[in-house]
Design a protein around this ligand. Structure first.
Ligand SMILES: Nc1ncnc2c1ncn2[C@@H]1O[C@H](COP(=O)(O)OP(=O)(O)O)[C@@H](O)[C@H]1O
Ligand SMILES: [Mg+2]
Length: 228
């Protein structure tokens, strides 16, 4: 079976010459379909940089990346955006919902970009809101929701185009521990349903919930643990 993520000797350099920052220095990472992996490491180790490349938000400086069978390195910005919208769902610490759009519109948006018709968009968005447990909020604006509810909307939006890969960067970082645990339960449920998840965290107790932990230090993979 083709892995969802396969990188070889991935490097990322920000800036140039004297000001160059070597954020990634040769990452070899494989994530199989259906895995739930936690990416851990101290602040500044390169987690967000790697996540941006894996999510097709940015390109590596050197090295290869294949996402669900598609070679990513060397693509144009437009091609990268298309693959991103088709194959990746994102959940960020700060939710990143559109404040003026209703909850259901927020969830519909990735489908709009993908060219899904109005009726199917609405049906699918409502089904996703049902799945994450907040169908009753469909017509509300994001500002009326609690942090935990906003993160559920973000998860529903991330699932909109049935992505090959779900990426979450510190998804519970802004939540109290009880609400955070509920959101993590949702991720575990998604894993059990066959989704492929990569969760970035600096919190070992959150990383412990994943099936496998990958540790990054100074832009290199330090430890890759097997199935717990
Ligand atoms: N846009 C950028 N320009 C320059 N340096 C950056 C940029 N983004 C990140 N860095 C640097 O790259 C390194 C890795 O950062 P980052 O990927 O954000 O780490 P983490 O998410 O693990 O905290 C750090 O030294 C950081 O300062
Ligand atoms: Mg970060």
């Amino acid at each position: 079976m083709t892995p969802i993520i396969q990188t070889e000797a991935l490097t990322k350099v920000y800036g140039a010459n004297g000001a160059a920052v070597h954020a990634l220095r040769g990452i070899d990472l494989t994530v199989e379909k259906g895995e739930f992996v936690a990416l851990i490491g101290p602040s500044g180790s390169g987690k967000s940089t790697l996540m941006a490349i894996l999510g097709c938000l940015d390109l590596p400086t050197v090295g290869t990346y294949t996402l669900d069978g598609r070679q990513v390195q060397g693509l144009s910005g437009g091609e990268l955006a298309r693959i991103r919208n088709e194959k990746v769902g994102f959940v960020f610490q700060s939710y990143n919902l559109l404040p003026r759009a209703s909850i259901v519109r927020n969830v519909e948006l990735p489908m709009l970009y993908a060219g899904v018709g109005r009726k199917e968009r609405r049906e699918r968005a409502l089904a996703l809101l049902e799945k994450v447990g907040i169908a009753d909020k469909a017509d509300k604006l994001p500002a009326t929701l609690s942090g935990g509810q906003k993160q559920r909307v973000a998860v529903a939006r991330a699932l909109a185009n049935n992505p090959a890969l779900l990426l979450a960067d510190e998804p519970t970082g802004a939540l109290d521990s009880k609400t955070g645990a509920e959101v993590l339960d949702l991720f575990r449920e998604l894993h059990q349903q066959g989704n492929t998840l990569l969760l970035v965290t600096h919190d070992p107790s959150i990383a412990a919930l994943a099936q496998r932990r990958v540790e990054i230090r100074d832009g290199l993979i330090a430890v890759a643990e097997g199935v717990a």
